[in-house]
Design a protein around this ligand. Structure first.
Ligand code: DHB
Ligand code: MG
Length: 226
């Protein structure tokens, strides 16, 4: 499609190296070979998130929904001073992610946790409060959509001022504003719930960026912590 042609052309000039790096291609292939669903992030979004971390000089990033570790590899490989905590509920996905992180030589900077994020987040909050880990400068929420708000609400409390949080799959080909979808689909309902709550929350401000590309028409909610 024209969308993927534009991504290919612009990346080839702006960033010819990392999207085709051996470690990212290995992560995608190993994830596919081990049966993980093809719903990872993609090069433009990976680069965009890595650049957010660079611009903000982020020391500690959080990801909810590791899948095969593709986005964690982007964040850590592009930012040498960055540590990532990443949470995955599916043991098989987490095992494949650990293989991919080991292969990328990033296992020392990416802390992969197995379990439901609703259980792991309070543990991480305690570690941050105790000074064992820095406060978060960046977070990416890309897990079960019905818990989007429950995750974001806790993550905000672990962030430093000025931190940026992205929530994936908000637009879902326009389902966000299609009543036939959001009345029945709990994923879409979860996207609306987080947008509506961010709008009412004085701790943060937010905006939705619509995206097109190899993952079709979607969008991310960007949240900045005041
Ligand atoms: C889908 C895409 C995603 O990025 C995700 O996190 C979950 C599901 C999908 O296309 O179904
Ligand atoms: Mg997603």
């Amino acid at each position: 499609s024209v969308w993927t042609a534009v991504d290919a052309y612009t990346l080839s000039h702006l960033h010819p190296s990392t999207p085709n790096s051996e470690v990212l291609l290995h992560a995608l292939k190993n994830s596919r070979d081990k049966g993980l669903p093809d719903i990872a992030s993609y090069p433009v979004l990976g680069k965009f998130f890595a650049m957010q971390c660079r611009a903000l000089r982020v020391k500690h990033a959080l990801e909810i929904g590791t899948l095969g570790g593709y986005t964690s590899i982007w964040l850590a490989s592009e930012n040498p001073g960055l540590s990532v905590t990443t949470i995955e509920v599916n043991p098989h996905h987490r095992e494949v992610a650990q293989q991919n992180l080991d292969h990328a030589g990033l296992a020392d900077r990416v802390d992969s946790r197995l379990g439901p994020a609703l259980n792991i987040l309070p543990l991480l909050a305690k570690q941050i409060a105790a000074g064992e880990k820095p406060r978060l400068g960046f977070a990416y929420i890309d897990a079960d959509k019905k818990n989007n708000w429950a995750y974001l609400d806790q993550v905000i409390g672990m962030c430093e001022a000025g931190a940026v949080i992205f929530v994936d799959n908000i637009v879902a080909r326009g389902a966000l504003v299609d009543e036939a979808c959001f009345a029945t689909d709990e994923m879409v309902a979860g996207a609306r719930h987080v947008v509506e709550n961010v709008g009412k929350d004085n701790r943060v401000e937010g905006v939705v960026l619509q995206t097109v590309g190899e993952k079709d028409y979607d969008g991310v909610l960007m949240v900045v912590v005041k």
